[in-house]
Design a protein around this ligand. Structure first.
Ligand code: MG
Length: 314
């Protein structure tokens, strides 16, 4: 297998934690529903490839996300793995379901814009925050780690560019509720590196520490790695990515969505940044999953390396 030559660049972190979202954000946005056993094997293989945080599923009502309606069956099949397995919870009922199965990490999901809050949660931004308040409070009382996803941090398909202060306000509110970590989502992939830097600077100016921030870039316009590099230069060390580039956003015009974990790992390893990920095993996992989904991975790195992988497996 060809691997990037590691040539470190100044001003970058020594290690990055990849928050792998393929099994949740990825499969949630795929058209077809994957059998539960295949999902469980996917999570096992992702953990086996060295990913230390593997978002497993969502406890949203099955009516809204039928692709992940098997959360109750799936979670116990993977919960013994020695990795962090966050799950999405929209409300107290979802939290109850997750806690009953022993989940130790949960995530709530807010929107920086009114349009997406209405579309995704049928609430205003502030009504959604009010809904999350008891969820976060109860999770924290149970000693459970809480991530706060924030969608539409850069652009919104209905509202256009999203003002930085508007995003900062909701970030501040999520942290004030008790979230341990935020994930800044470029849900339609329109961000560019200067915008990323401006948002991170504005968050720091409002007292939000960089250590509490992760970034969640979409590659819709081919900007995800450039934006990631801008975030790394700012000191961000948590980066969301989806194995094989699975999933995307149903509201974005293009099918290209989540930053592919393999593309991210290629860049990070090329920069000499440690991720703990075995790229060969990760590519093999995405090739295997693409077989189940019936279409090739959109990841450039998977495409570039998958011949080597299939050759090796023969
Ligand atoms: Mg995403």
């Amino acid at each position: 297998m060809t691997l990037p030559m590691a040539v470190p660049a100044p001003g970058l972190p020594a290690r990055v934690r990849i928050h792998e979202v393929g099994a949740r954000d990825g499969l949630q946005n795929e058209k077809g529903t994957v059998p539960t056993e295949v999902k469980a094997e996917f999570v096992r293989r992702l953990a086996g490839a060295g990913l230390t945080t593997v978002e497993a599923t969502s406890f949203v009502h099955p009516r809204w996300v039928p692709q992940l309606a098997d959360a109750e069956q799936l979670f116990p099949m993977v919960s013994g793995l020695p990795v962090a397995l966050p799950v999405l919870v929209p409300n107290e009922r979802g939290l109850d379901r997750a806690l009953a199965l022993g989940a130790r990490r949960v995530a709530v999901f807010a929107s920086a814009t009114e349009s997406f809050a209405k579309a995704n949660l049928n609430r205003t931004v502030d009504e959604a925050l009010a809904m999350f308040e008891p969820v976060v409070a109860r999770a924290k009382a149970e000693g459970v780690h809480v991530r706060g996803y924030l969608s539409m941090c850069f652009g919104d398909p209905w509202e256009g560019a999203v003002p930085v202060p508007q995003v900062v306000r909701v970030c501040r509110a999520l942290l004030d509720l008790g979230c341990d970590e935020l994930s800044l989502g470029d849900t339609i992939g329109v961000a560019t590196p200067g915008h990323v830097r401006a948002l991170l600077d504005a968050l720091n100016a409002e007292g939000v520490p960089t250590a509490s921030l992760g970034v969640h870039f979409h590659d819709t316009y081919g900007q995800a790695l450039a934006n990631t590099l801008a975030a790394l230069q700012h000191g961000v060390t948590t980066v969301d990515a989806s194995a094989g580039g699975l999933g995307g956003c149903p509201f974005a015009k293009s099918a290209t969505g989540n930053l592919a974990t393999e593309d991210l790992v290629w860049m990070l390893h090329g920069l000499g940044i440690d991720t703990g990920v075995d790229l060969d095993r990760l590519v093999a996992t995405s090739v295997w999953m693409a077989g189940h989904l019936g279409r090739p991975s959109p990841s450039r790195t998977v495409r570039a390396l998958s011949h080597d992988v299939s050759h090796k497996e023969q």
